[in-house]
Design a protein around this ligand. Sequence first.
Ligand SMILES: Nc1ncnc2c1ncn2[C@@H]1O[C@H](COP(=O)(O)OP(=O)(O)OP(=O)(O)O)[C@@H](O)[C@H]1O
Length: 331
Amino acid sequence: MIGISIRDLTVSFGELKILENISFEVQAGEIVTILGPSGCGKSTILRCISSLHNEYTGEIYLNETCLVNNGKRECNTDIGYIFQDYALFPHLSVKENIEFALYKLKSNEKKEKVESLLKQFDLEVHANKQIHELSGGQQQRVSIARVLAYEPKVILLDEPFSNLDTILRNKTKIWLKKMIKDLGLSAILVTHDQKEALSMSDKIAIINNKKIEQFGTPFELFENPSSFYVANFLNRVNKLPTKLVETLGINISLNDTAVLSIDKVILSQDSTRLKGKILDISYCGDYYELEVYLEDFNNEIILKTSFINDLANKEKCFIDIKKEDIKIVKK
Ligand SMILES: Nc1ncnc2c1ncn2[C@@H]1O[C@H](COP(=O)(O)OP(=O)(O)OP(=O)(O)O)[C@@H](O)[C@H]1O
């Protein structure tokens, strides 16, 4: 079932165009992540959808009902916005923050709804606390409960985990994903964290140069990136020299380039393989990262390995590259 549909969204600030013809759909129960570098317009897309910014062209539909036509809003209650900094009312208690969105309900309905949300979000023991008495993760749960109180069909999440530590972040991600699926919400998540996007999303939209460069499932984008930009954004890749790729029997056109994930470069004991000079070894916890100069191709390559004992006192190494691991993408 179609949830929200964004059609030809184009946004300018003054003379400067920020986004051009952005179109995508989010089905009910689906999480679509907008991924891109800082300043590419991710939050602006959410601000347009939620009517915080109204100067744009394009249309927004919810289940085939036009919500916004060229910035003119018909209805707003079906969209909830979860901010990075939670945007809670500091002078109200947890319970009062959640109640705030329910002003239209009769007092007994309101009480029932708040109690059920406090239970659902595991906040019952904090109901009467002030916001400053809660941890970051608890505040985030209140902000989500407050938004869900008015039963939106769509939720917009702007970097919702950025203030949480790693353990809490992982817990909150799993919890939030389940909640979105259980309630059948259409969710749009903004992040600049590639790993977060891969693990949370049903689909990802990668923004480059004002447009969506590629849209698809995390697997599709990771395994079949359309361009170097996408390949390099989702994964750490080496750009391989054309001469090297040709020795493996692969021809590439002038518009394309060959990339290889740093995970797929193999350290070999076989002296008939590519000769490399080790330029740098970095300890990264559970692996080492090596920077190697490929002498025959005048090119540097990065690789990951768990075993450096054999190399510790050596400058030279041998590198193996499998043809099937190379991806050909647009330059
Ligand atoms: N009200 C505004 N007036 C003028 N320019 C703006 C306004 N709001 C945003 N911008 C500009 O639009 C661009 C996109 O901003 P936006 O906040 O959407 O980017 P973002 O991708 O969410 O960035 P980040 O990841 O750093 O949060 C930026 O260059 C920003 O400076």
